[in-house]
Design a protein around this ligand. Structure first.
Ligand SMILES: C[S@@+](CC[C@H](N)C(=O)[O-])C[C@H]1O[C@@H](n2cnc3c(N)ncnc32)[C@H](O)[C@@H]1O
Length: 212
């Protein structure tokens, strides 16, 4: 993995992956992930295929498959997260319905199969070139495009700046980004989608779009 953000993610996620997996096994899940999963279940996932980009421990894959989705593809940069996701899928006996691809989705996009549903849960904020990420991922979505990403309020920018200073002080190459919300929305709509569900928490937008 060549890019500095990929190296940063690989390093940071060594810590995050086992913590997230332990929390998930205790039944604890981030509120925004729960909202995204519930929104998709309500919109209907029966028989649909899923492409989950940056899926971490794979909560979305597991819960949509258990909710009736047919099959999932996961594209993940982090080997630690891939490993945790594979452990949990095996525990839930869902391994044969998930295809795992290791790497940067933007670099791999040409070889990634399209799906009915594409999800990016807290991924846009981990990637510098959000335009390429959104353009290449919307192109893969047949019906629904669902994402969780941070609000672009000044206070959130300040908080992330502080967090980035701490990462830098620790010599980490990882950087968190707040990308412009209006531009994210414009890119998704330009790719042929209209909003199907929009919720926001204090810091995050949870948005699902439907192909128009
Ligand atoms: C903050 S974590 C979120 C994990 C999970 N989606 C969640 O919400 O718990 C961001 C994840 O996105 C992955 N990621 C970021 N950019 C990516 C890209 N371009 N291709 C594949 N994975 C990516 C990272 O490796 C990391 O696992």
């Amino acid at each position: 993995m060549g890019c500095s953000q990929c190296v940063g993610l690989e390093h940071e996620t060594q810590k995050w992956a086992q913590q997230d997996l332990a929390q998930y096994r205790r039944g604890k899940q981030g509120r925004t992930t729960r909202l995204l999963i519930q929104a998709l279940l309500d919109l209907g996932v029966g028989g649909q295929t899923l492409l989950d980009i940056g899926g971490g421990i794979g909560a979305i894959q597991l819960e949509l498959l258990q909710g009736g989705a047919a099959a999932a593809t996961s594209v993940e940069i982090s080997t630690a997260y891939l490993d945790a996701a594979q452990q949990e899928a095996a525990r839930k006996r869902l391994t044969d319905r998930i295809t795992w691809l290791h790497g940067d989705f933007v670099a791999l996009a040409e070889d990634v199969p399209a799906a009915d549903i594409v999800t990016l849960d807290r991924v846009v904020c981990c990637y510098p070139d959000y335009e390429a990420l959104i353009q290449k991922s919307t192109a893969k979505a047949g019906k629904f495009y669902a994402l969780v990403f941070p609000k672009d309020w000044w206070i959130i920018r300040q908080a992330l700046q502080l967090m980035n200073w701490i990462f830098k002080a620790q010599k980490s190459l990882y950087v968190a980004y707040v990308h412009p919300v209006a531009e994210i929305d414009r890119l998704i709509r330009t790719s042929g989608f209209v909003p199907a569900y929009q919720r926001s928490t204090l810091g995050w937008h949870v948005w699902v779009y439907r192909r128009g």
